[in-house]
Design a protein around this ligand. Structure first.
Ligand code: ATP
Ligand code: MG
Length: 730
């Protein structure tokens, strides 16, 4: 095969692709082709060096990135060999491995994966059982403490012994967290369940304590490649160190300036440590950016230079200068939403952009509302990432709980969900009794049910329990011979779920019925997609299906190629690029966020987030912020973000857009960005930005009249260069 894929790579990129054996680290700025190099490297290993796909492990940050990587490799190779690659997120790859190895650790191989809701529910149960005050020990807070400990590889025993942790827990008046952690871990184990963090911890324990498993995977994964390495946490780091120890063909790719997950335990130290862990690390820097215009890149460089302790690298581009970055202030968050929707419409008309060319990126999910409303009003289709996931809906969780119970009867959370759904006369008192018996005899709830006749239930209750047990066992008997869809279909019928939903003729009921149908469709699709796994894990059974859906994030459920405007947090936009980006809500307390301004480290992480959002843009970038916005039901006045001051004036086009106040109602509804700007006497500026306005509008849209009773607007009498250049006091 000709190596066409090497054409067009620059010298450093080519060196990274051609480097075959030994540790390799690529540290490079945004848009310099890190992900492209990783993908091309895999293709080269396979096509030129004839490395078997089964021997390559590639770890990406999202399932979507993994899918894209496979597709691109298939395209380069011109065949479907890439199907057999182990490409995925840390969690999905480790879940796959644990499904064939978990028995070593005393878990069933069909262990359940608890999502955050399940995990928090177990934490809550444990807190109640320990008779602790759940106002003080909020399940949410406790769960986060446990999660942080796990990601730092601190188990319950170490946690209980750690002096500093004890100090911190005492300071927060929660000395019993260690006790809860231990009880929680025990309960998950009893339930045959792992939470998300366990997928890392248990993988680590497996490799650490079971040499046979360690050797198996060390030899299997001859080449290991990791994208977004700057965001790995200590647990992930240690696992890679173990897996890569024999062949040492570990290639990591990252950008310290884009490290944005330290709140989840990721540490830039992993990049610095990499060079110390291996003897002969080849380090390659990529400095040419292929993504953005010079203007965008200049701004990104200026901003990140305010952080101390970055690995020095200068990012440059041959791309065109491009337009200045537009800085837009609006009076309210609603007007920010309208401004963005108007501008998208305008840009589509003027510059022939499609919906999919735009992304609206923000710091917190709550900001999406104003954008959604305006886009909807304008009839602009959009996809929002980070909303309630399909799989988080109640009817879906209920149905899936049946499937989980059938695969793993130890799964107490699933059992509790379905034992009386649809209603079958097993009430709360009975469930409490079952739970108490299980705890007293140290058996599972399911074992209590199996022996219900010995437990002294009332006749009616006993009959209901026995019917339930018989039904579940009946479904279990199908597991060995039937695929996931056949079992799920059977469950829907036997448990009466589908009929029950069908009979509910309310609008919500209909929606729920359709959702369950959709779930069944997706299971069918799963069973019909050709298998690309090795025999050990590659079945089409229920267990494989459940693993897959538990690790799906809401981003995976959406079609990335749909012609829609994309709305997401900056965290979710990592690694992505869009022709036009709106970086929204650049206000003090929001971005940088109030939660993250107490230390220099926190502030620097916020700045890295700002760097990430700037560098998502290819051609055009708008930075917007609002004077006021509602937060927790309160109207708040906002100062512009300090990060805005870090952008030299020469790169900015400062535009005031807005008017009116909340009391006054929105002023944007009347017309486009043009009209508003013309209303403010900024027509020259508007024309410069957008060209001459459409003729028919000139006469029909009235100029904006500043509201009378809005002193703040008067105070900010708009002019083109509205924002004072000296904002050092902010
Ligand atoms: P990020 O830090 O945001 O993850 P990255 O370093 O992974 O960025 P890529 O996403 O791999 O960068 O590449 C950025 C863009 O530049 C992509 O559109 C990619 O196709 C393009 N690109 C990379 N290298 C080249 C090249 N040598 N020639 C042309 N285009 C390139
Ligand atoms: Mg990338």
């Amino acid at each position: 095969m000709k190596q066409d894929y090497l054409n067009g790579l620059n010298e450093q990129q080519r060196a990274a692709v051609l480097h075959k054996d030994g540790p390799l680290m690529i540290v490079a700025g945004a848009g310099s082709g890190k992900t492209k190099v990783l993908t091309t490297r895999i293709a080269h290993l396979m096509s030129f060096h004839k490395i078997d796909a089964f021997n390559i492990l590639a770890l990406t940050f999202t399932n979507k990135a993994a899918k894209e990587m496979k597709e691109r490799i298939e395209k380069i190779l011109g065949n479907s060999d890439a199907r057999n690659l182990y490409v995925g997120t840390f969690h999905s790859v480790f879940a796959r491995i644990l499904r064939s190895e978990a028995h070593h650790l005393g878990y069933p191989n069909s262990f359940t994966i608890y999502d955050t809701d399940d995990a928090k529910s177990v934490v809550k149960t444990v807190i109640n059982e320990l008779n602790l005050d759940d106002k003080l020990y909020k399940p949410n807070v406790v769960y986060n403490r446990i999660s942080s400990a796990k990601n730092a590889l601190v188990g319950p025993a170490e946690y209980a012994q750690d002096y500093y942790i004890q100090q911190e827990d005492s300071r927060s008046n929660r000395p019993a967290i260690a006790q809860i952690y231990a009880a929680y871990a025990k309960r998950c184990f009893k339930n045959g369940a792992m939470d998300f963090d366990d997928l890392l911890i248990k993988m680590y324990e497996l490799l650490k304590h079971f040499p046979e498993s360690l050797h198996k995977y060390q030899h299997k994964f001859k080449y290991i490649l990791i994208d977004e390495y700057q965001d790995t946490n200590p647990a992930q780091y240690e696992i890679i160190k173990l897996l890569g120890a024999v062949h040492e063909n570990v290639c990591v790719v990252g950008d310290d300036a884009q490290s944005i997950y330290s709140f989840r335990g990721a540490t830039i130290q992993n990049i610095l440590q990499f060079q110390k862990d291996y003897d002969d690390v080849k380090v390659i820097k990529l400095e040419q950016n292929y993504r953005s215009t010079k203007s965008i890149l200049n701004v990104a460089n200026e901003v990140i230079n305010n952080n101390k302790g970055q690995i020095p690298k200068e990012l440059w581009t041959e791309n065109a200068e491009g337009e200045k970055i537009r800085l837009v202030r609006t009076m309210t968050d609603n007007e920010e939403g309208k401004f963005v929707a108007d501008t998208i419409q305008e840009q589509k008309l003027r510059n022939h952009f499609s919906n999919r060319d735009f992304a609206i990126l923000y710091r917190t999910n709550a900001q999406s509302r104003a954008f959604e409303e305006s886009l909807r009003r304008m009839g602009i289709p959009y996809t929002m990432y980070g909303g309630v996931s399909f799989y988080a809906r109640k009817e879906i969780k209920d149905f899936v709980a049946y499937l989980r119970l059938i695969v793993n009867t130890r799964d107490e959370e699933a059992l509790k969900r379905v034992i009386n759904y649809p209603v079958r006369g097993i009430g709360k008192t009975t469930i409490d009794k079952i739970l108490l018996m299980a705890n007293t005899h140290n058996i599972t709830m399911w074992e209590v049910l199996e022996n219900a006749s010995l437990a002294g239930f009332k006749a009616g209750t006993l009959e209901a329990i026995e019917q339930f047990v018989t039904m579940i066992k009946g479904c279990q008997s199908m597991l060995a011979s039937k695929n996931a869809y056949d079992v799920a279909f059977h469950v829907g019928k036997q448990a009466n779920i589908v009929k029950e939903l069908f009979n509910d003729k309310t609008v919500e009921g209909l929606q729920r019925y359709e959702n369950v149908q959709e779930l069944l469709n997706s299971i069918k699709e799963f069973t019909e997609t050709p298998s690309n796994d090795e025999g050990e894990v590659g079945d089409k059974g229920l267990s494989a299906y459940l693993q897959q859906i538990t690790l799906l994030t809401d981003a995976d459920e959406k079609d990335p190629n749909a012609d829609t405007v994309k709305l997401m947090t900056i965290h979710a936009a990592k690694g992505l690029e869009f022709p036009v980006v709106f970086a929204a809500g650049l206000e003090e307390m929001l971005f940088p966020n109030a939660m993250s301004i107490n230390t220099r480290e926190e502030l620097e992480e916020e700045r890295r987030l700002f760097y990430v959002v700037i560098t998502r843009a290819k051609q055009k970038l708008w930075i917007t912020y609002a004077n006021t916005r509602y937060k927790f039901g309160q109207l708040q006045q906002n100062e512009p973000s300090r990060f805005i001051d870090e952008i030299p004036n020469q790169y900015l086009d400062r535009t005031f857009a807005g008017g009116g106040s909340r009391n006054q109602g929105a002023s944007y509804t009347q017309g486009s960005a043009f009209d508003r700007m013309r209303g403010f006497g900024a027509s020259e500026q508007a024309e410069k930005l957008y060209g001459p306005p459409p003729a028919k509008r000139k006469d029909t849209v009235p100029s904006y009249i500043p509201p009378k009773a809005a002193p703040k607007v008067v105070e900010h009498t708009p002019s083109v260069n509205f924002i004072p250049s000296d904002t050092s006091n902010l």
